[in-house]
Design a binder for this molecule. Structure first.
Ligand code: DGL
Length: 257
């Protein structure tokens, strides 16, 4: 048994889509969430910048005495250097282990430019589903628009533009390889009215919880959840309250703490 909280990190509000799965499936676990909204979007940054910022978030969470860290961000997961996964607590990346609807012929990987640049998702799913034609769709500006709480019209126009440019309009399944995207399902549905989208939040949470289970470190009861953002509280706070009910939401400077 280990009642310490689980740390969850993202470049902003997107990681809440992973936190909500943890909250629903493991209500006894406490969470400390850090969203680096001030420096969002990470997906349009260099690998070195992403790795440096992620290191600062990791330090912040470790100082908060978390028992495990879930990287609720694809961009961070596939841009950090291998040493990022080492340290005093287990660090879990976004899962690539998605399932697809039967009969899928052509599927799109929707992600930030920095994630697509790594081709991590494509390499994995091409092996798992060799019969499927995979197309990578770097979605410029989409995560930032969701972070800033832009409206559905604005977001769907960006999705439409990317889908057209990367020849993804004829897909029959989509992979949300950015944790911000499941916060805007209707913007995607406007462009792809009948296409199912797959969210890897559940396999990610299950991968982390399997580690704790193995080590006999599940919590016996929740203490409290804490949500920190480096900016953008006007958007983040109501979103946290909508998804998690009353919870502590605070602004932090992150660096230098
Ligand atoms: N939520 C992040 C992801 O899963 C990235 C958003 C961004 O900062 O660009 O990739």
């Amino acid at each position: 048994m280990d009642n310490r909280p689980i740390g969850i990190m993202d470049s902003g509000v997107g990681g809440l889509t992973v936190a909500r799965v943890l909250h629903e499936r493991y209500p006894k676990e406490s969470m400390i969430f850090l969203g680096d909204s001030l420096r969002n979007p990470y997906g349009e940054r260099t690998r070195d910048e992403i790795a440096r910022f992620a290191g600062e978030i990791k330090d912040f969470l470790i100082k908060k005495n978390v028992k495990m860290i879930i990287i609720a961000c694809n961009t961070i997961s596939f841009n950090v250097y291998p040493s990022f996964l080492e340290g005093p607590v287990p660090v879990v990346k976004m899962s690539l282990d998605i399932t697809l609807p039967e009969g899928t012929k052509k599927a799109g990987i929707f992600a930030t430019p920095a994630s697509i640049r790594t081709h991590a998702h494509k390499k994995y799913v091409e092996k798992k589903f060799p019969e499927v034609e995979w197309v990578e769709v770097p979605c410029d500006g989409v995560a930032a628009a969701i972070e800033q709480g832009k409206d559905e019209n604005f977001i769907s126009a960006l999705v439409q533009k990317a889908a057209k440019e990367y020849h993804a309009l004829g897909i029959d399944a989509g992979y949300w390889a950015c944790t911000h995207y499941p916060l805007a399902p209707s913007a995607f549905a406007r462009v792809f009215p009948k296409v199912p989208f797959i969210d890897p939040a559940l396999p990610t949470v299950e991968a982390g919880m399997a580690i704790l289970q193995r080590e006999d470190r599940l919590a016996e009861g929740k203490d409290r959840d804490e949500f920190y953002f480096t900016d953008g509280l006007a958007h983040a706070e109501p979103l946290v309250k909508r998804l998690f009910g009353p919870a502590a939401v605070e602004k932090t400077n992150l660096v230098g703490e």
